[in-house]
Design a protein around this ligand. Structure first.
Ligand code: ATP
Ligand code: MG
Length: 414
């Protein structure tokens, strides 16, 4: 037997409605904010992610699905959504079109991680990017999109925000961080020693207990923000307050990806512990230029769809009922089944969700099956009905039955 690859999952026909629900709420939310969908390829040139996600990130150093294609090109399955969208923004000259350019995506993403609950090798993200606007209101708007989605889905979260400044003020902060960590260097984990050299800010992101302890008393970026960055952060907070969104400042949030500037944020479930981060994002003013575009400010976020569903299921958040047929047409014998097949075709072309027997079951077994699949009505066709040109329609909720002529059947269910 061939199994599904480690860290991947099938979404089976009896659970896909949950996914479709989350996706449709995400699409609706995007529409509310005048955000249209962008679709980019599942794979890109490896270099895009090396440059766009950052050489020092876990994603690039450890987690990418990279391979050579038959033309000897290095290809990578996208580990996140932003780099591909930025490539497309530049390649399609969107910077000289209508700004801000707002777009959303729903994508599979691939990361070679140790699989566990809420952590997969193929997972899915809903993400939003807004290009061309540098004002704090846009950061708040990105946060508001995510907040609206989470509220619609009934997910209780805490919003953590932070500012990691601009390259200028961050350089001072990185120096301060290095001074702080220098005496503790031998106590840090192996990865953090590299981070110390290459990108000290990332030390704050470490999940190792020992490193977390040391991090707890590290200097805060917020004390190092330059005047412009401090003003920007204050404005973001004011916009959030205007919109009635509660937040908590958490100066340990730095995000895993290299391209962030100024505002960074995470929404964390208040109901589940591990893997409780359902959504993360921030501003990335440097990315577009670093990938060869004109300097363009940008802000965005991505929410993990598996994590949203995991939290919803664990907290009993409202999910829609699975799809069920309106009517099940039961046929007594071969003749009746043929007629039922024709009636079913007419019902379906009129838009009525209809199911029929495919297993040559007895009438009793057909009723049982209709009940199991949740059909709201069962229309029975026996020898008498065939002669009369009518079906007996039973309402499965209240048990009442009535005769309906073949010609009236479609209108009966409309
Ligand atoms: P984490 O700290 O949990 O590893 P991250 O910083 O790597 O998260 P991002 O790159 O910001 O995550 O991705 C955005 C969202 O995608 C996360 O908040 C999470 O909901 C989801 N996500 C990230 N990695 C995975 C994964 N391996 N499996 C499932 N969902 C994931
Ligand atoms: Mg990660």
């Amino acid at each position: 037997m061939i199994n599904v690859p480690k860290g991947t999952k099938d979404v089976l026909p009896n659970e896909s409605y949950k996914w479709q629900y989350v996706e449709s709420v995400a699409r609706e939310t995007a529409k509310l904010f005048h955000i249209n969908e962008i679709r980019t390829p599942v794979f890109e040139h490896t270099e895009l992610f090396q440059r766009g996600v950052g050489e020092t990130t876990d994603v690039v150093t450890k987690e990418m699905y990279t391979f050579k294609d038959k033309g000897d090109r290095s290809i990578t399955l996208k580990p996140e959504g932003t780099a591909g969208v930025v490539r497309s923004f530049i390649e399609n000259g969107m910077g000289s079109g209508v700004l801000p350019a707002k777009m959303y995506y729903i994508i599979p993403a691939f990361r070679y991680e140790r699989p566990q609950a809420g952590r997969l090798r193929e997972f899915h993200q809903f993400g939003v990017e807004i290009f061309g606007a540098k004002d704090a209101q846009t950061d708040a708007e990105a946060i508001l999109v995510a907040d609206t989605l989470l509220k619609k889905l009934g997910i209780r979260v805490k919003l953590y925000i932070n500012s990691i400044g601009c390259p200028t003020c961050r350089a001072n902060y990185n120096r301060a961080l290095k001074e702080f960590f220098a005496p503790n260097l031998d106590k840090l984990c192996y990865d953090c020693k590299t981070r110390y050299e290459k990108n000290p800010l990332r030390l704050l992101d470490c999940k190792e207990e020992e490193c977390k302890k040391i991090n707890a008393v590290a200097p805060s970026m917020l004390d190092y923000l330059c005047e412009d960055c401090a003003k920007h952060f204050a404005d973001v907070k004011e916009c959030l307050t205007q919109a009635g969104i509660a937040y908590e400042i958490n100066n340990r949030i730095v995000r895993g990806l290299d391209y962030y500037t100024r505002t960074v944020f995470e929404f964390v479930s208040t109901d589940i512990g591990a893997q409780g981060t359902v959504c993360g994002g921030g501003r990335y003013d440097g990315l577009i230029q670093s990938l060869g575009g004109a300097p363009t400010p940008a802000v965005g976020f991505a929410a993990g769809i598996e994590r949203l569903l995991m939290v919803m299921q664990q907290t009993g958040a409202r999910l829609p009922e699975p799809e069920t047929p309106t009517v099940y047409l039961a046929g007594m014998d071969t003749e009746c089944r043929k007629k039922a097949f024709g009636l079913a075709a007419a019902l379906r072309s009129a838009g009525v969700k209809t199911e029929i027997d495919h297993m040559e079951r007895s009438i009793k077994a057909q009723f049982k099956y209709a009940d199991k699949i949740g059909a709201k009505y069962v229309a029975v066709l026996g020898g008498n009905e065939l002669a009369e040109g009518a079906v007996s329609v039973k309402n499965m909720l209240n048990g009442e039955s009535e005769k309906v002529a073949f010609d009236d059947l479609v209108t009966y269910f409309l």
